[in-house]
Design a protein around this ligand. Sequence first.
Ligand code: FES
Length: 100
Amino acid sequence: MKTQQAPYQAHLFVCTKTRGDQRKSCGDGDNPDLKTILKDEVKQRGWKSAVRVSEASCLGVCDAGPNIMIYPQKIWLSGVTRADVPKILELVGSLVSESA
Ligand code: FES
C-alpha cells in the first residue's frame, strides 16, 4: 500500500442510498439525479481535473438527508434539493479558487 495526496481539490460524495419504503434514504424520489446534475455542471465549468463527484452509499445521517459531503474540506450538506445546486456550485467554486 502507498499513501498519496488527494488528486482533487474538492471531492463531493453524494449519498444515493435507497431502501425502498423501509425508512428515509437520501436516494428517495428524484434525489439520485443530484449526482448526475452536479457531475454535468462540474464538467461544463471545466473543473473536472480539480473536482470529483462520486456516488456514495449511506453516510450514517439518513434522517437529515439527502446528504453530500465534501472533502478534504470536511463540509457536510444536508437536506439537499435540486434547488440547492447553484449554491453548492458556488461553494465548490470558492473551494477550488481558494486552493488554486
Ligand atoms: S441514506 Fe444517505 S446518509 Fe443514510
